[in-house]
Design a binder for this molecule. Structure first.
Ligand SMILES: Cc1cc2nc3c(=O)[nH]c(=O)nc-3n(C[C@H](O)[C@H](O)[C@H](O)COP(=O)(O)OP(=O)(O)OC[C@H]3O[C@@H](n4cnc5c(N)ncnc54)[C@H](O)[C@@H]3O)c2cc1C
Length: 391
């Protein structure tokens, strides 16, 4: 399989922008009208998720060994859409038809064979993951909203009680959907496992956002949400050894990092943890009471608040990463960063330029339109160039 050719061809197709998902979904729904009901009623916003994820994953098939765990979880996760084994070929056919359409004369017999083989591999790992999960966990959970606290004009903290225990690891994300929209988005629990099984989510309403606006402005105690199995390991402590940590948070990126602080506490607090929490203005530090409670309880924890202002006015404010680097040399620590694409990308490039090595940097950008497995430093920088976020 010629992986360089796969990547190059995907690059050419992706250059057609919005036309690609439009063609993909039209082809899929025309040939298989039965799958239309799996997607949200309003397809705006959904449009580039599936096809972008597929293109990225399939054209990175050379990393499939590293992605096996992720793809299995993704397959298990896709049970929330009622995806069954027989749907994978339908999606594969639509993907190949889309590639053929946009590649025109570049769509050769050899390339078609490579894409077919690569998609087949990815689909098999995902559908095996779905089968393996069948007897272990439900396709989704019903979670009741037991608390809903608006904290700023656009951020709310929700506490959910899943009907059955939903086990997750601090740093992972879970799918959340309101039954009204059928659209799923990822949110990151802000707590370690609790004895009552409840989950805290920190949600910022994105202007015009289908799911976040509903969660922040139109959700009440007693409402029911759908929750899907946890996914991801980039922000977990799995690869962080047992040493001290530096945590860099922007906006609701504090959520998953808070869960790491709780995990360290649950494990006995054997590490020093320094946290830098950034917000655009003082009024946007939305979780100060909880932070101060943590600081008062744990002598190994230190938190610094950073007003990082408007990223379009550089020089006027200090970014979270610049402030942390001005305060100390953290090169002996594992560093976790979570926040908007802009915040994460500036943290990663700042630390890399200062000599921090890739293996000690763990990060997640919340502005992504889909869950990007194995995202690398370069990807975040490319993504930053391509778009911007406000998380
Ligand atoms: C792994 C992961 C974990 C996440 N965890 C959290 C979390 O704990 N808390 C949280 O608040 N969010 C989190 N997010 C972001 C969340 O999943 C949604 O993308 C976000 O809430 C917007 O969804 P929406 O349906 O409201 O907007 P959509 O309807 O998807 O989008 C509406 C418009 O807003 C733009 N947009 C989408 N997201 C952003 C953004 N972040 N910044 C600026 N513009 C955007 C879109 O391009 C589109 O134009 C996470 C994302 C990922 C990938």
């Amino acid at each position: 399989m010629d992986v360089a050719r796969l990547k190059q061809s995907w690059h050419l197709v992706a250059g057609h922008g919005d036309q690609v998902p439009l063609f993909f979904y039209s082809t899929l729904f025309l040939a298989h009208p039965e799958v239309r009901q799996m997607f949200p009623t309003n397809m705006a916003g959904q449009r580039d998720r599936l096809v972008t994820a597929l293109g990225h994953v399939v054209s990175n098939v050379d990393q499939v060994d590293q992605l096996v765990g992720f793809l299995q979880s993704l397959g298990a996760d896709h049970r929330k859409f009622a995806v069954r084994a027989e749907h994978y070929p339908a999606v594969g056919e639509a993907l190949l038809a889309t590639l053929a359409h946009f590649l025109g004369e570049h769509w050769t017999e050899d390339l078609a064979q490579d894409w077919t083989a690569a998609y087949g591999l990815v689909a098999k790992v995902m559908s095996d993951g779905a089968s393996a999960a069948e007897n272990v966990s439900p396709p989704w959970w019903v979670g009741e909203v037991v608390a809903h606290e608006p904290r700023t004009f656009d951020i709310a903290v929700l506490t959910l009680r899943p009907q059955y225990l939903l086990p997750f690891e601090p740093g992972q994300s879970i799918g959340v959907s309101s039954p009204q929209t059928r659209a799923w988005r990822y949110y990151s629990p802000a707590n370690a496992a609790r004895s009552d099984g409840t989950i805290e989510l920190h949600v910022r309403a994105v202007p015009g956002g289908a799911v976040s606006s509903r969660l922040v402005y139109a959700t009440n105690v007693g409402d029911q949400l759908h929750l899907a199995a946890p996914l991801g390991e980039r922000l977990t402590l799995r690869r962080a050894g047992a040493g001290d940590l530096l945590l860099l948070a922007g906006g609701t990126g504090w959520g998953p990092l808070k869960s790491l602080v709780e995990q360290v506490a649950a494990e006995g607090g054997g590490r020093r943890v320094d946290v830098y929490v950034g917000a655009r203005s003082r009024t946007e530090f939305y979780d100060v009471d909880a932070i101060e409670k943590l600081v008062a309880s744990y002598p190994w924890l230190r938190v610094t608040y950073v007003v990082n202002g408007d990223p379009s006015r550089p020089g006027e404010f200090t970014s979270v990463v610049d402030r942390a680097m001005a305060d100390g040399d953290w090169r002996g620590r594992h560093v976790f960063a979570c926040g908007s694409d802009v915040m994460v990308s500036s943290a990663v490039s700042g630390l890399t330029q200062a000599g921090y090595h890739t293996g000690q940097l763990h990060y997640e950008a919340l502005g992504g339109q889909w869950y990007a497995p194995g995202q690398r430093v370069g990807d975040v920088q490319e993504q930053r160039a391509a778009d911007g976020g406000t998380q």
